[in-house]
Structure formats: C-alpha cells, structure tokens
Design a protein around this ligand. Structure first.
Ligand SMILES: NC(=O)C1=CN([C@@H]2O[C@H](COP(=O)(O)OP(=O)(O)OC[C@H]3O[C@@H](n4cnc5c(N)ncnc54)[C@H](OP(=O)(O)O)[C@@H]3O)[C@@H](O)[C@H]2O)C=CC1
Ligand SMILES: CC(=O)N[C@@H](CCC(=O)OP(=O)(O)O)C(=O)O
Length: 347
C-alpha cells in the first residue's frame, strides 16, 4: 500500500483528495493536516465522511509527515509550499503540490504574476509540470510534481494538439473560460458570497489572471515557439466545473475531420480525454465528479476560425484527480487506478 498524507486537508482540494485517496485500492491515508483544526475529526467538518473516515487533523509538521509517508499532497494557498518544501523532505517522500509554486519554470514570471518571492528556487529543477497527458511516464523521474492549475489544465488540453499544425495562426488565440465557485477555495470572501455571485456572471482578472503565463509557457513548449494569448476567466454561479471556449484563426482550410485527426493522434491511449462527435460540445454537467476532460470543436468557415471547447471538473481533473493520476504514474500504477469515476448526474 502507498502511504499518502494530505497537507491542507481542510480546504476544498484537500477534501477532494481525501475522497479519491479513500477510494483508491492501493492507498492508505496516514496523516491529514490543518493549521486551524488540529485535533478535530475530519468528519466534523465534512459530514459526508461520518462513519466512513475518522482521522483527525494533525499539525503541519512536514519533516515528520514526510518520514511516515510515501507521498505527500500539499493543498495550500499559493506561496506557502515554496517555504515548506526542502531537499530533506524530497529525500524522504514524493511531493505533489496542488498550488502554483513550482509550475512556472520562469521564476521572474512567477514573482511578477504572484507578487511574491519564491522561497526555494533551487528545487525548481527537481520539479516537473504534472500535466499527465503531456508529460506521461517522464513524471515518474521526479520527486516534486507541480500539479497544474484548473483553468490551465482545461485550456492546455483543449489547445495543445493544435500547436504543431501549420494550419493555425498561433498569434490569434483567445480563451474565454468559466469556473464554478469552488475554484476560489473554501475561504470566505465577498465575491463568492451567495448573494453576490448567484444569478450573475462576471469576468474577473481581465488581461491579468495568473493562469495566463502558465498556459503560455506550456503552449509555447508544445508549439516550439513563443505564444502570447488572451485569457479571460469568468465566475459562474455553479459549484464545480470549468468550461474553456478557445478561438484560433485558421491559416489554411481545415475540416472538422482534419481537426479530429490531430486530437485522435495526440490523445490516443489517454483514458481521461474524451473527444465528442461532430456537432456535440462539452458541458460541465457531463464531467462533474470525474477525472474526464471533454473536448468538442467546430470550424467556423464564415470567419475562418476554429472554436474548440473543453470541460473539466475543477476539483477533480483540475486538481485532486490529476494529483492522484500523477501519484499513479509516480508509483507505476495504472493511470486510471482509483479514478474510474462515472460523472455524477444529476447533482
Ligand atoms: N479550488 C480549486 O478548484 C483548485 C485549487 N487549486 C489550488 O489548490 C490549493 C488549495 O486550494 P483550495 O483547497 O481550493 O483552497 P482552500 O482555501 O479551500 O484551502 C486551503 C487550505 O490551506 C490551509 N491554509 C491556509 N493558509 C495556510 C497557511 N498560511 N499555511 C498552511 N496552511 C494554510 C487552510 O487550512 P487550515 O486553515 O485548516 O490550515 C485551507 O483549508 C491552492 O493552491 C489552489 O490554488 C488548484 C486547482 C483547482
Ligand atoms: C473561481 C476562482 O476564483 N478560481 C481561481 C483559480 C483556481 C485556483 O485555485 O488556482 P490554481 O488552479 O492556480 O491553483 C482564481 O481565479 O483565482
């Protein structure tokens, strides 16, 4: 059995990790931590675990937890992990960081977008951007996994297969993305208060969202050239889900079938990407609670534009599910182990 611990288990991503790890046939959960709930039972906070999972939160002593774990998930706010992870911890355990601290390889970009100083730049070379469908088995060579962001996972999976084709104008990418409110975490703020966000949709962080450099860095690698794009996130009044509608101009004539060939080639043997048939488009309700990313597209011949749409559950493929998928790769398990979840409908 793999001994797994979750640091920051009291948050939304932490509790989703507990759901997936609890159901994983090869995992034993050894420690769950919190800074504010030490000594409290997890099921007191999350009543759905009553009589199922009876662990209590322990203090965030990472050295001790590392000694007793094969893998440690960090589900902490941005900027915290880089001050906690050390070389000594990485010698004892694998670390999968759900936050952004090790995602951007260009640290000047990290410090500019996150407006903070990175506290362990020397560990960057020991980390890999854990987008499983792209990095695959290479992930197993690393001790520190930077689990990708939620908007970024959805956007990159939707666009990456198009990056090496000469048919697209790579300087024309626009991503219009929507997220459910759990994307903002469990902490209270006015913007996610029910009466402030229900019955309304808003764009936020316009031309300023920190996922922009993450998407650009990864798509630049996929394209083999620098990519700059427009990314606009929106908050929608639903609990879970991300829908990314991506626009890219065509330089050559492409049919639906031509684009399909690119997706099929890129995602062959990738169990969590589902491409939809011609005329169908993803909906967040069909991926909820699962690790799937659904992708559909249409060539708009009138404007010479490809419209490609992706959908994921932000807490699963956008966070905890991808984290567990990374763990499976790290430990040589089948990628789908513990993740063969049928999307929940209706909810
Ligand atoms: N929500 C989402 O859809 C996604 C989130 N992520 C990332 O995952 C991470 C966790 O997000 P999420 O669960 O949503 O956030 P939450 O706010 O729900 O949870 C974060 C947890 O971290 C703990 N925490 C807060 N401050 C500190 C601190 N200074 N030191 C140590 N622990 C602290 C808190 O627990 P306590 O107070 O009990 O210690 C809290 O429960 C973030 O980096 C986020 O960006 C990534 C992809 C998607
Ligand atoms: C709706 C909402 O507020 N979403 C968050 C992004 C999700 C997140 O937690 O960021 P990471 O994926 O980088 O970890 C935001 O826009 O800040």
């Amino acid at each position: 059995m793999i001994k797994a611990s979750v640091v920051g288990a009291s948050g939304y991503v932490g509790q989703e990790l507990i759901r997936l790890l609890w159901g994983h046939p090869q995992v034993e959960i050894v420690h769950i931590t919190s800074t504010s709930k030490v000594g409290e039972a997890f099921h007191h906070m999350y009543g759905n675990y009553k009589d199922i999972f009876d662990k209590e939160f322990v203090p965030q002593d990472l050295e001790k937890i590392a000694e007793e774990s094969d893998v440690m998930f960090l589900a902490l706010p941005h900027g915290v992990a880089s001050g906690l992870v050390t070389d000594s911890i990485l010698k004892k355990t694998k670390v999968i960081d759900m936050g952004a601290d090790y995602r951007l390889k260009d640290l000047s970009e990290y410090e500019a977008w996150y407006k903070t100083t990175h506290e362990s730049p020397e560990l960057m070379e020991k980390s890999i951007y854990g987008l499983c469908e792209i990095e695959g088995p290479k992930i197993a060579e690393y001790d520190l996994i930077a689990n990708p962001g939620c908007y970024t996972t959805c956007s990159i999976l939707t666009l990456a297969p198009l990056m090496r084709s000469s048919a697209f104008d790579l300087d024309s990418i626009v991503i219009d993305a929507k997220s459910g409110v759990t994307g903002a975490g469990r902490g209270l703020n006015l913007g996610t208060h029910f009466t402030e966000c229900n019955e309304s949709i808003k764009a936020y962080s316009v031309a300023a969202h920190r996922h922009t450099p993450e998407i650009e860095e990864q798509l630049s690698t996929a394209a083999g050239r620098s990519i700059r794009l427009i990314f606009t996130p929106h908050l929608v009044p639903m609990n879970r889900g991300i829908l990314a509608t991506c626009y890219i101009r065509l330089k050559e004539k492409m049919t639906w079938e031509d684009v399909d060939a690119l997706y099929q080639d890129f995602y062959k043997d990738k169990p969590f990407v589902r491409t939809l048939p011609k005329g169908s488009f993803p909906e967040t309700k069909w991926v909820k609670g699962s690790n799937y990313c659904d992708i559909g597209w249409k060539v708009d011949e009138r404007t010479n534009t490809l419209v490609a749409i992706g959908a994921i559950d932000n807490l699963v493929k956008g966070a905890a599910g991808q984290g567990v998928q990374n763990m499976n790769i790290l430990f040589g398990l089948k990628e789908t182990e513990g993740l063969d979840l049928v999307p929940v409908f209706p909810v």
